[in-house]
Design a protein around this ligand. Structure first.
Ligand code: NAD
Length: 364
């Protein structure tokens, strides 16, 4: 425990129950995990573009597969879930297998929330959703978050092989999405020493792995390091509360249908700068994990070095949308180390929209 963070002397730590299998080629263990859960007819979920992966897994499951449903899309729209529920019922599925990123995991969670079906997730991005009891669902342009033990997947099979095909731009943005979970865990009001250790180690692992993935996307050892980091960051997301960064990404992602991981990548340095004055211990840990002199500037430069987008305008957000985003961000605002105030948030979003250097870089 560092000297600077006295609040870690008293804490509550809730550990979530989930079984994690990690390694290379581990998805061959799917049939035994399905059997362990006593499933007779598991429905295999995917996005449309990853349908072939789901079909191969389904074939591997043989008679214990109920079939494939490849309709998952970003931000878990409720109408997609409702259509999927009809398929679950028609096929008599008694469990779910999701292979893919946060979108596929989201569909699985949304079905599990409504049916109680057990879930086995094989994550293929670094989003971390598989480790959380949370699902964000969209309807009519609004995103609502639900939290329930029913949402937490029973089994997660991390198979490094399954991440090799993730394109470099998506890999690095997804890695930044994972880092965002760790950043907010470091200054969360309900942070605890275990989450803090995982957060710093998660940022370190991804900080080392992502540049190497950009150079050698099929290096299995580097992909393993990134997936390990993503797991740790996902545990952080599932165990402590998130703050302004996740709130802003949630609001503007839902409002303007922006790509999830890239939105996190753009906002993160600015949210970090926003909170820096009130979270010195988190900043020290982050800077150390990134091997950078300043946490917010380090994140901004890291994203630039990885070739990630750094401006919301490049993701398609209209400048005229900033005011609406500010209004929605202040509604049900989460606890944040620095109070969430309209003018300060507007300035944060203006800078993020233009792709400016984060504000704390000017203060230091
Ligand atoms: P994604 O799941 O939408 O995947 C992005 C694209 O990459 C998709 O087209 C997908 O088919 C493709 N893809 C995935 N893995 C691939 C691979 N290995 N090779 C090639 N292509 C691959 O993106 P994401 O960033 O993982 O997830 C975003 C969604 O997850 C959002 O809806 C977000 O709200 C949600 N999310 C939820 C939580 C939570 O705890 N509830 C946490 C993080 C993200």
């Amino acid at each position: 425990m560092s000297e600077g963070d006295r609040s870690l002397i008293e804490f509550i730590c809730t550990t979530l129950p989930s079984r994690v299998i990690f390694g290379q080629g581990t998805s061959v263990r799917l049939p035994e995990e399905v059997e362990r859960l006593g499933l007779q007819r598991a429905l295999v979920l995917a996005t449309p573009s990853r349908k072939p992966d789901a079909e191969r897994l389904s074939a591997h499951l043989g008679t214990r597969s109920a079939g494939v449903l490849a309709t998952a899309v970003m931000h878990t729209p409720v109408n997609v879930t409702e259509a999927a529920l009809a398929v679950v019922e028609n096929l008599g599925a008694d469990g779910l297998v999701a292979i893919g990123g946060g979108s596929t995991t989201g569909l699985s969670k949304a079905i599990a929330l409504r049916t109680g079906l057990p879930q086995i997730i094989i994550p293929t991005t670094y989003a971390g959703s598989e480790m959380t009891p949370i699902v964000g669902e969209t309807k009519d342009g609004g995103k609502t978050t639900k939290r329930s033990p029913r949402i937490l997947p029973e089994v997660v099979i991390y198979d490094v092989e399954r991440t090799l095909s993730l394109p470099v731009p998506l890999s690095v943005a997804s890695g930044m999405n994972a880092i965002a979970h760790a950043v907010e865990a470091l200054y969360a009001r309900d942070r605890n020493p275990v989450a803090t250790l995982m957060a710093e180690e998660g940022v370190r692992a991804l900080g080392q792995a992502l540049p190497r993935i950009a150079a050698h996307p099929v290096d299995r050892d580097v992909r393993a390091e990134a997936l390990y980091g993503a797991w740790l960051c996902g545990v952080c997301l599932g165990s402590v509360s998130m703050a302004i960064h996740h709130k802003l990404c949630h609001v503007i992602g839902g409002l303007f249908n922006l790509p999830h991981a890239q939105t996190h990548t753009v906002i993160l340095p600015h949210a970090t700068a926003y909170n820096a004055p009130a979270a010195p211990d988190a900043m020290v840990r982050l800077a150390r994990a990134l091997d950078a002199p300043d946490a917010a500037l380090g994140l901004y430069e890291f994203a630039g070095r990885l070739g990630c987008p750094r401006a919301l305008r490049d993701l398609g957000m209209p400048e005229a949308g900033i005011d609406q985003a500010v209004t929605l961000s202040l509604r049900n605002a989460p606890w944040n180390p620095v109070p969430i105030e309209a003018e300060a948030v507007r300035e944060l979003l203006r800078r993020a929209w233009r792709g400016d250097v984060p504000a704390s870089a000017f203060q230091s």
